[in-house]
Design a protein around this ligand. Sequence first.
Ligand SMILES: Nc1ncnc2c1ncn2[C@@H]1O[C@H](COP(=O)(O)OP(=O)(O)O)[C@@H](O)[C@H]1O
Ligand SMILES: [Mg+2]
Length: 310
Amino acid sequence: MDVKLSEIITVSSLVKKYDNKFLALNGLNLNINQGEIIALLGPNGAGKTTLISTICGLTSITSGKIEVNGFDVIKDYRKTREIIGLVPQELALEPFEKVINSIRFSRRLFGKKDDNKYLNQLLIKLQLFDKKDNIIKSLSGGMKRRVMIAKALSHNPSILFLDEPTAGVDVELRKDMWNIIRELKKEGVTIILTTHYIEEAEMMADRIGIINHGELLLVEEKNKLIKRMSVKTLKVKLKKSITKIPKPLEKYKLKLIDDGNSFNYYYNTGNMKTGITSLLSDMNDIGINLFDIQTEETSLEEIFVKIIKD
Ligand SMILES: Nc1ncnc2c1ncn2[C@@H]1O[C@H](COP(=O)(O)OP(=O)(O)O)[C@@H](O)[C@H]1O
Ligand SMILES: [Mg+2]
């Protein structure tokens, strides 16, 4: 059965040109559904942080329109900002403040009344409760990241942005973060995270969007994307090395490797025809002899690089 998804964020024809004329977002369209986790993947400088800043109303937009929960992020800034929590890319904490005060202060910035019960629950959930009276400076890196999340959630938002939550974070802490994010999803929070770790998108996201040069190259359900992109690599070792791919084989888009001693052929496992038989037969016709072949799974990493390059 198809479940009707309701849109919580709508980004239409969004253009952002910085004052120095740099075009960071180039007519971007994106819809985000209530309750989903969407991962925005893209290399450094792709425009991920700019996109988040515009949705959160922290950066002006050049043209286009953004709606959050049906309200315009510029005209109705307070209404939209109030339901958004943002964990920024850079650690930004007051070193000498106590954990609990820092979180209370964040909540007050949204004009919300103190709610010790809610904040205590938040601290428990983020495993910070026994540190609530410690000053931030005394916390480990992982705890500081959790304080950032607690601050972002202090006003009880229904949308949470996490900008590169696990950049430069060790494996253990990364898993912790993933668990926290999953728990929040269970509570119905809509989560938008940016990352350049493919693995993270693979582990966490319902949908994946790929951004490069200020454009959304694709956005698709993760499972469909992986299936559609499930490519295998056939590595063909040659008897004699070659310096370039001969003309009759160009159509196979081979990649010469190992100083011309081998090449890679990529084929989609979703297709009935892999093209391997005709490749081998064409090689035979022009007298290129193979020494050995082997197949490997192509990683999502390679798929990602291929999408960005194409
Ligand atoms: N305040 C600014 N003024 C000018 N250019 C900027 C500014 N902020 C970001 N940029 C540029 O916009 C591009 C996108 O940046 P950003 O959104 O931070 O990318 P990402 O988060 O994907 O790494 C980059 O080339 C960056 O240098
Ligand atoms: Mg960024």
